[in-house]
Design a binder for this molecule. Structure first.
Ligand code: NAG
Ligand code: NAG
Ligand code: NAG
Length: 242
């Protein structure tokens, strides 16, 4: 069963509040996922895309540079989800639910110059993730990407066929019908550090064990796809390196 889950407190400056960035972040996630598939399973994907292309009567997507384009305002087909509709959205990111009025940031869509991207299709992504484990690793920026992806998929999965679990630093979202797992692992510096506690990491002095990743890596070693990020955690005047 889908359950309400605990919000992991994150340092305020690191929380990307409802903004254009959040939107970019989940679109980038979709692009990154697509890019990973392209490299990992180009053969299978080729067939998959060709099917989609035939449906769309276009032949340019495979040759298209998806990274050359622009953001276009689209209030007809966007947003792809509403924060108050998503049972897994964190309250600290659910601006509309808590009364934010200027919602234009939700309506931006990436438009490549030379082709049209297919509209996001939750069931198609789940089919691609069947039997697989996708893990986001990093800080609150990646936590946002991860929860956005979960919310994009939420409406494609009936309540009894999905679950969310938090154990230590690992969130596990499961789409049971697909045996697919979409997880988030808190490791803000990726390697071991004194900021590894998912709740208590606001420490005045940062200590990082630069050559030690095994303790964290054992949580994603069996993943099929990993999306890493680490950000301003490294931007301190001093950092004690062990
Ligand atoms: C979409 O935006 C345009 C321009 O801002 C506005 O005129 C129109 O009413 C909006 N449509 C919807 C469905 O919100
Ligand atoms: C949100 O939920 C409402 C009520 O179920 C539904 O009408 C609406 O289409 C949903 N919006 C999105 C973007 O999912
Ligand atoms: C479910 O997926 C996992 C990978 O996340 C895989 O190891 C396992 O064999 C799969 N189980 C079934 C029943 O397909």
């Amino acid at each position: 069963m889908a359950k309400k889950h605990q919000v992991v407190p994150v340092p305020a400056p690191l929380v990307i509040r409802c903004s254009f960035h959040l939107l970019i972040v989940f679109l980038v996630t979709v692009l990154v996922t697509a890019a990973i598939y392209l490299t990992r399973e180009s053969g299978r994907l080729l067939g998959y895309h060709q099917t989609m292309l035939k449906d769309r009567g276009s032949s340019s997507l495979l040759q298209c540079d998806l990274f050359s384009g622009k953001w276009v305002y689209d209030n007809k087909t966007y947003p792809l989800y509403k924060d108050q509709n998503c049972s897994f959205m964190f309250d600290d990111l659910a601006c509309e639910k808590f009364g934010r009025k200027d919602l234009n940031y939700q309506y931006w869509r990436w438009q490549p110059h030379d082709c049209d991207l297919p509209r996001f299709n939750g069931k198609a992504l789940l089919e691609r993730l069947r039997g697989k484990r996708l893990v986001f690793v990093g800080d609150s920026l990646n936590r946002n990407q991860w929860v956005s992806l979960v919310c994009l998929l939420d409406s494609s999965i009936p309540p009894q066929l999905k679950s969310m679990r938090l154990k230590g630093s690992l969130y596990t979202f499961k789409a049971t019908e697909y045996n697919a797992s979409i997880d988030f692992y808190w490791a803000p510096l990726l390697v071991e550090s004194n900021s590894d506690d998912p709740s208590h990491h606001r420490l005045p002095d940062r200590i990082v064990r630069i050559n030690a990743i095994e303790k964290h890596a054992k949580h994603w070693i069996d993943a099929d796809i990993v999306v890493f990020n680490s950000y301003l955690w490294w931007r301190l005047p001093t950092l004690k390196v062990l």
